[in-house]
Design a protein around this ligand. Sequence first.
Ligand code: GCW
Length: 678
Amino acid sequence: FSQNPYDLWLQYDKIEEQNVLNSYKNTISNVFLDLNSPTGTVIEEEIKKSFKGLLDIEPKFDAKTPNLIITTLDKLDPSIKQKLPEISKINDEGYLIQHIPEKKNSKIIISAKTEKGLLYGVFNFIKQIQLRNDLSEIAIYDSPKIQKRLLNHWDNLDRSVERGYAGFSIWDWYLLPELIKQEYIDYARANASIGINGTVLTNVNSNALVLSPRYIQKLKALADVFRPYGIQVYLTARFSAPIETDDLETADPLNADVRQWWKNKAKEIYAEIPDFGGFLVKANSEGQPGPNNYGRSHVDGANMLAEAVAPYDGIIMWRAFVYSEEKPEDRAKQAYSEFKPFDGKFKDNVLVQVKNGAIDFQPREPFHPLFGAMPNTPLMMEFQITQEYLGGMSHLVFLPQLFEEVLEEDTYTQGKGSTVAKIIDGQLSTKKLTGMAGVANIGTAKNWTGHPFGQANWYGFGRLAWDPETSAETIAKDWLKMTFTNNSNFVDPMTKLLLESREAVVNYMTPLGLHHIMAAGHHQGPGPWVKDMPRPDWTSVYYHKADANGIGFDRTSSGSNALAQYAPEIQKKYSDPATTPDKYLLWFHHLPWDYKMKSGETLWYEIAAHYQKGVEQVEDMQKTWQKMQEYVNPQVFEKTNMLLNIQLKEAKQWRNACLLYFQQFSNMDFPDFIPEMT
Ligand code: GCW
């Protein structure tokens, strides 16, 4: 095996099936490529590398009759252009791969409006070979549906990573700008291969130092590395930076000196990095400074920054993750209460970045009620790829399943079919900007993500940011084939394993709509008993509300009425426990322990059954994995084995801890299907 984990899904092992190998060799070994640019060099290197690996050939670049033509549309011969049926459909980042049959000289055209599009096309073309797809009728016309496809690194300047489980930050700030690590290049390449086109390098809990001239030089060095791969750099902006890094006395967004300070700062950055992407801002949230400190609104703050970067086509991503220390209002309601009135008031280059759910990256949450509620504001999705609440470094959880579930949800805000995906990709917005962010799970670990299967979540995020309607199943299959092998004895059972892994974690951590009952602070492991914290909405008891009368958070009109923030169709369905999907039951309702569930069993029984099921699902995952040894690099096999053992141990801890804790309120027996508990 090579299957070097460092190479992620870009495994280019030689094709073993002789007939397949020969047919590829015959179809595509004579390449025409005429790009004289840094991106062109990247493309050429990738073609060489993949052909050497997969096909064991050096492609010819000077053949008279090429059979693989890679060039931008403006350079294509009109006679060829005529044979590209859907050419007008692709956008500036899109591409086409079209087979053109001819008697003597059949060929494949990879083309795009821009070189960046061409790079994406080339990566997809190589993927077709990794997947062993037939090229003889290939006709792919593909464009990203979302414009800003970004990773968010919660990386601090001291190289610690907030909620990071894969080592330290890959950004070696101390040695930048002089030292360019190979990892930077490989990071850019991996991201480009899945269409990611930007990266926010620093934590949203930000440090103003990164805006100082010394750091701008370091940033420039990274931007120069990433540029040929079509990746822009972004920074987080600490709102109080004018005070902290200069001697301004205020950071009030309506103060003329403050406004000028940010304009100067933007000018200074853009002088070094002309394609700098812009700023991501966490303001007035969890202790971060912001416009509210000066009696100003989020709109005042965001628009001030937007004005500073607008001359350079920069954008501001303003996070909606706010919940006040003083407000008694249900935390799930606060972002909506605060931001909805701002709809239409932000400048055109501002996106409001919203987490997928209203609490915080739980194993399962209903979609955030802001989606669909601000049609005149570009809303950017924020997913978390790093597994803060989903087992950190040790649990195998395939997150595209979670992402897909959120994106498919119907908000009904503009009638049936108003899915979250359609809001994110701009179809249901009056604004043009679109974006999706994923909080990265990348670090200095030799395989980038620590857990070998963390790579699938990075990969899957990229795929969904490109097209939010991609199915989790397609992503699972592609990733497994590209990373390991095409053998269906591996791919089929492992696809099933991946697709079930998310429900497993929900079952053994937070079934039936339970949420935020993790241990305090680090969020690893169970902590339904957590109650003494600096803020009530950081405790667990705030969320599960278990007592002798029952369990769950009443968010209907008899409770916090958070449900009123959703469209009438959803309100109607979810206001009655009988019509609320079981998966959200305790998110919206407080119900007695002996409440009769759809299954006919009591609520207590179903809670226990779900915890038990979660444990059994991990046991099933282990059984499947045991059969996969012959397809997987031995180190990855053993590591995953050991991690699954830890996952099973922790799943049992979750089950036992939660059931023992809740039993003191339910006062009901454990069903006898949990031998350890009876
Ligand atoms: O829930 C919290 C996390 C914090 C994080 C915050 C946020 C970066 O526990 O670690 O801070 O979300 O998203 O801003």
